[in-house]
Design a protein around this ligand. Sequence first.
Ligand SMILES: Cc1cc2nc3c(=O)[nH]c(=O)nc-3n(C[C@H](O)[C@H](O)[C@H](O)COP(=O)(O)OP(=O)(O)OC[C@H]3O[C@@H](n4cnc5c(N)ncnc54)[C@H](O)[C@@H]3O)c2cc1C
Length: 388
Amino acid sequence: MENKPKSQAKRVAIVGAGIAGLAHAWVASQRGYRVTVFDRSPRASGASIRNFGMVWVIGQPDSIQTIAMNSRERWLEASENAGFWIQPCGSLHLAHQPDEWQVLQEYYAEHRLGPRGEHLRLLDKKETLAKSPAANPSGLLGSLWSQTECCVDPTSAVRSIPAWLHRTYDVDFHFSTAVTHVESGSVRTADGSSHPFDQIVICSGDDFATLFPEAYRGVPIRACKLHMMRTIEQPDAYRIGPHLAGGLTLRHYPNFRNCPTLSALQQRIAAEAPELDRLGIHVMASQNHLGQVVLGDSHQYGEQIEPFDTCDIDTLILRELQKIIQIPTWELQARWQGVYAKYSEGLVYEQVVAPGVRVFTGLGGNGMTLSFGLAQDAWERWDGQCPQ
Ligand SMILES: Cc1cc2nc3c(=O)[nH]c(=O)nc-3n(C[C@H](O)[C@H](O)[C@H](O)COP(=O)(O)OP(=O)(O)OC[C@H]3O[C@@H](n4cnc5c(N)ncnc54)[C@H](O)[C@@H]3O)c2cc1C
């Protein structure tokens, strides 16, 4: 779309100022649209500020590596322009059991000569400890190093993007403004006012109830609640280095699914600690710019979700983390829960719900990693479908 004066440009409304909404706002404004974003909260407070801040390229399947790497580039660009902290820290999957080490070796053997290979290395125990002093040396067999992961502090990053988009692309933000009704060509807000738009993208995260609830009926999309914790600042400027994950995580992301030993590993964990499967626990750690270590997580879906954060889940998460990492202090500064929408038949649930109106949600545990890339991909298709 050619750049037109703002008054002549087509108008796009985005509902939701989480990472998905911000990603769409950025792409649409770059493509010459006049963009307005509505969010019912005074500032972003949903899943997008409650996560690990992991740009987790390693966890994505091969088929979407281009989108994931493009998203990573967009994060680096956004950080430079919006001024938030980002660290291209890479990641380590630590192996403390023979089957974990076997899965990592199988994964490496499958990928070392492919496009991902240049970013991957298998490290022995000594090399692993050199990459991260936080790897627990007790029983450590080795690790898989990947250099593609980045770390952001989600709260400061996501909350700084609106000011940058406003400054640079004249995107209008209306916070504390709930959208109560959407139809082709207009958005109505809770004060009863109606606003005309040419295209509307609804990025309402796990809120399936307010706008177009019928669009979700019969669709395999569910809310998922996760428990998270954060330590106080680690003493003496201690850094864990890369993001850290262990054997439990090999069950969680689809990238390890082709490894022949994975099913034996899954069976061992199911037999040894069925509570981990029941509560969807796999454990990871990242460290923000303040030196705090972010720890998690568990996964409870749909009707399993209760408003109460039971302490046993946090205890289990900490128990499993302490098997694979060691840090100077485990004293906690915060605990919280996050809820995301998970679409189980694809990367994102993208649906036209009325002419010129789309919902875009269900990114599951990959929204921070993929939103920028998926939004670019989407607008390329959408502009092709709806020439301006
Ligand atoms: C604990 C946790 C850890 C995670 N870790 C990672 C990670 O490390 N890496 C990764 O890639 N992904 C991670 N994720 C996933 C990622 O955070 C989500 O996929 C992503 O944040 C979803 O973004 P979103 O914009 O769709 O939703 P949200 O961030 O929830 O944003 C939705 C927004 O829509 C607004 N809204 C809803 N309805 C309305 C309405 N009617 N009117 C106005 N505003 C409305 C809400 O106020 C909210 O601000 C994690 C998620 C959680 C919960």
